[in-house]
Design a protein around this ligand. Structure first.
Ligand code: ADP
Ligand code: MG
Length: 242
């Protein structure tokens, strides 16, 4: 649709702009960090300046994380497609997730053929972003359901949670780089922007359904990712050339 097109263009130009700024900030920030750390090392821990210096280094580290996230977001514009077993891919992803005890993760595989053609590292990054968001949406605990399924000529991964949900007025903004509703220091607003970019490069689609209003029914969020099947890639890559 037209709105989706406008959003995609806006995203692309915002990505370029933010990457440009990130690049410019990267070097001076590196210098601040280097000097800050050196001063911290030389500073007696019981002195007055120690905590101030600590704060400077800590906050500069934070900036560094945001900047490198932005650079990643802009740099990665290639997919390295390889036949991959989805089951292994999801297992690999779940091994690296730090999950609180009050959150259950359930995986259901319904794909007929479990081999798909993806850039495994990138899809793991996508799933990590979605799962971490789900965990962060359920501070009181809850359940995450991950499903793989066939969908016409494509295949899908669904990541679903029963957390707080996303209010309707927020929903159109969630894929924008740097958009976050999380407290200072908690979110960078890059997770879904990176996710969107990766899925786009895979010629896929990402849809979101969410309910944040308990009056309307159970709250929660569902992200559905639709990707080409292994056999479809040759056609896609051929038509890309024209
Ligand atoms: P971040 O997690 O750093 O805030 P993201 O790009 O990952 O950035 O997400 C952007 C925003 O989308 C979040 O701040 C949050 O408001 C919303 N969001 C994303 N996923 C969920 C979810 N599963 N449940 C509720 N809100 C979500
Ligand atoms: Mg996130």
């Amino acid at each position: 649709t037209r709105q989706a097109l406008i959003n995609a263009e806006k995203l692309a130009s915002m990505g370029q702009l933010s990457a440009g700024i990130a690049h410019e900030i990267n070097n001076p920030l590196g210098v601040i960090l280097l000097y800050g750390k050196t001063m911290l090392e030389d500073c007696p821990p019981d002195s007055e300046e120690y905590q101030d210096l600590q704060m400077i280094v800590e906050q500069a580290e934070r900036c560094k994380n945001i900047v490198s996230g932005l650079l990643n977001f802009a740099r990665k514009n290639k997919v390295n497609l390889k036949p991959t077993n989805v089951r292994d891919l999801i297992d690999r992803c779940l091994k690296t997730i730090i999950k609180p005890d009050n959150i259950q993760i359930e995986v259901e595989h319904r794909l007929k053929t479990e081999i798909v053609e993806v850039d495994a590292d990138q899809i793991i990054q996508v799933l990590t972003n979605l799962i971490n968001n789900a965990i962060e949406a359920m501070p009181q605990g809850g359940a995450i359901r991950i499903q793989t399924l066939d969908h016409q000529n494509e295949w899908q991964i669904i990541v679903e949670d029963n957390g707080c949900g996303i209010p309707d007025h927020i929903l159109p903004k969630i894929f924008e780089p740097l958009f976050t509703t999380k407290k200072e220091g908690k979110g960078t607003g890059l997770g879904l922007a990176v996710t969107y970019g990766i899925i786009k490069m895979h010629h896929g689609k990402i849809d979101v359904w969410s309910n944040a209003d308990p009056q309307k029914g159970p709250t929660g969020t569902r992200f559905t990712i639709t990707l080409p099947k292994q056999g479809a890639w040759q056609t896609i890559l051929n038509s890309d050339k024209h």
